[in-house]
Design a protein around this ligand. Structure first.
Ligand code: FE2
Ligand code: FE2
Length: 277
């Protein structure tokens, strides 16, 4: 599937002929911050995927090719985002303190299973953010950019589940406690990142902190409750803070691992039933 996606990937172009009408300069600045964060996520995804591909090549050439093609998709996103940010009248900025620390720690991770677990959690919150932002976006160019990202990151979630499953097969039992710590730390850190990103991006994406962090908690929990064999259990007490329950989540359907058409359908559905979280 990755090979087939790669064949036609570069044919898709951003339609940037119309200038974007912003409601305020603050909204434009927030949009630049939003897509800068996306750019950094793509950059880090690309680097880690290609580094993993080199490492994995020795024991599983097919898996290595998957990782390489997956990294290429992130590289393509990075290219699109560079062009898009330019269209917004912005540029690629150096990372902020929190984001910088985040990626520095991630960049230092050496074990395949740790990297892939982190990636899977990043992809999950990435696709969640883009999908929520798509709900409010009106300008065609913004919608197109978000649609591409939503569609592809949604595909990257199940892909990374596959990578993690393969990595865990080769992971010694002694790694398990460490991986559980990483899972729980990241769970909390990613919820906190929702708060940090609100300061810079909320004027653009209009997703309130409560809604974004609750969506992160829900999707990070449901994914791992559904993929039971990975053996990562979301923290029940933390979920309760968001009014979420493990059993109910395990029984409910996952909307994150689907195409953009389903994502757009979910958008309309959300418009009809606005649930307080
Ligand atoms: Fe991406
Ligand atoms: Fe991705």
């Amino acid at each position: 599937m990755l090979r087939r996606r790669a064949e036609r990937m570069y044919e898709e172009e951003l339609r940037l002929d119309e200038p974007i009408q912003w409601s305020s300069e603050e909204e434009r600045t927030a949009a630049i911050a939003f897509f800068n964060a996306a750019y950094r996520a793509e950059e880090s995804g690309l680097t880690q995927a290609h580094a993993l591909a080199d490492e994995v090549a020795g024991w599983d050439p097919d898996l290595a090719e998957c990782l390489r093609l997956y990294g290429d998709e992130e590289g393509w996103h990075r290219k699109l985002l560079t062009k898009f940010i330019e269209h917004l009248g912005g540029d690629i900025r150096p990372m902020g303190r929190i984001t910088g620390t985040f990626y520095k720690i991630y960049g230092r991770a050496k074990k395949v299973e740790t990297i892939v677990l982190t990636n899977l959690m990043f992809e999950t919150i990435g696709s969640t953010t883009y999908r929520l932002a798509l709900r409010r976006a009106t300008h065609p160019a913004v919608r197109q950019m978000l649609t591409i990202l939503t569609r592809d990151e949604s595909f990257h979630v199940p892909l990374n589940v596959h990578f993690l499953r393969e990595a865990l097969k080769r992971s010694p039992p002694s790694m398990r406690p460490r991986l559980n710590v990483v899972y729980h730390l990241l769970f909390v850190a990613l919820l906190a990142s929702a708060a940090a990103s609100r300061r810079r991006a909320e004027r653009f994406d209009r997703i309130p902190w409560k809604e974004l962090s609750a969506a992160y908690a829900e999707h990070l929990a449901r994914l791992f409750l559904h993929e039971k064999d990975l053996r990562f259990t979301p923290p029940a007490a933390l979920l309760r803070l968001f009014g979420l329950d493990r059993e109910a989540l395990a029984a409910s359907e996952d909307l994150s691992a689907v195409s953009v058409r389903a994502a757009e359908a979910a958008v309309d559905r959300e418009r009809v039933t606005v649930k307080a979280l």
